[in-house]
Design a protein around this ligand. Sequence first.
Ligand code: DLL
Length: 435
Amino acid sequence: MSNYYQREIETAPRETLRALQSERLAQTVRRVYERVPHYRARMEERGVRPEDIKSVDDLARLPFICKQDLRDTYPYGMFAAPLREVVRIHASSGTTGKQIVVGYTQKDLDIWADCCARAIVAAGGGADDVLHVAYGYGLFTGGLGMDAAALRLGAVTVPVSSGNTPRQVTILRDFGSTILCCTPSYALHIAEVLKAQGCTKDDISLKAGIFGAEPWTDGMRREIEEQLGIRAYDIYGLTEVVGPGVAFECGEQTGMHVNEDHFLVEVIDPETGEVLPEGTQGELVFSCVTKQAFPMLRYRTRDIGVITRAPCSCGRTLVKMTKPRGRTDDMLIVRGVNVFPSQIETVLLEHGYTANYQIVVDRSVNLDGIEVQVEVGSGIFADTVKALSRKEKQLEDALQSLLGIAAKVRLLEPNTIERSVGKAARVIDKRKQAD
Ligand code: DLL
């Protein structure tokens, strides 16, 4: 499938793209240097002046910006446009500290809508579709971001937002929604409720889903595709950069094309900050080169991924990033071994378990302190205690041999783990709660 929304730029020759990026980068650097005292101070600390940044090759001369910079300048200190020109505010949930507040001018909103429209079109969507937007509306960027893109394409937008899952299912069925937009974990929950209402995938008209806002594995993709009878596409983004639509998946479903005419991507070693070559895993860093109100330059995402410029069969020349395997903050260190929840998810799904799982980290659980709790189907739960503990042991062995970690496994009855209507909370770190 090679559907484009903005063919010319999505398939532009690399040299054309580079020239455009360089020009836009230089312009944005000037903009922030002149308008944002915090940026100017950070650049001066490094002895960099705007005229030093002439092309994308000079990017690494700029300082990094991280979450702390945004907290220090809360709420509007990083804005590069006066509030009179700002037309929208979004904010991150702020579960791990002060909220991050971001602003958009009308032009910023227009570009954002284009970026998300590329994602919808790449997933086979357009004016004939009914887009069921079950990402949260409000300060979270998911709902309004996808909504604006659907509107731009002339699709029918169903702005249900998240929550009230039985009603979501009724709407999906009755309104004939063809594309579902929500977090992947919520998509699975919707599938679950659909089934509980005695319906099958044949009772709905969905053909595709655009899922993101949290890490999810290919195993989970297969699960969703099977249960809802759709193709499930990944979409990536973060509030600080723009929201959804920083990168999106095409029909090849092997990673996401970064909208790099607007967002430059680098991969760095999270320890040293050194820029890593293409194909090497590291922390993703983004620079916004067209934003007016909130142009992050070299923003450290803490997301771990890999980028590749290998040609894609869809014809797009935009660089591709792999599914981020998680955030450095979510990485568990178990007896010196680094483990991402997504790796545990892969093992669970490969062994026929559900994606309804959570990882509890607690010093008192066992020596290693991690317990993987996963729901099993009611059939399995009817087994004898002995059979259940055999299954737990099998899974513990699989985790040990594939990930090199000793984890305790606990199989749970169906519907015991709380469902999330947004981002699933995979890790419960009791050590942090106790601190
Ligand atoms: O989650 C924006 C978004 C909305 C993206 C809807 C996609 C769809 P934040 O709440 O600021 O913004 O969270 C950003 O979520 O740094 C990643 O850790 C994670 N994330 C987002 N998309 C993906 C994805 C939105 N496709 C943080 N795969 C990011 C893995 C993702 N992680």
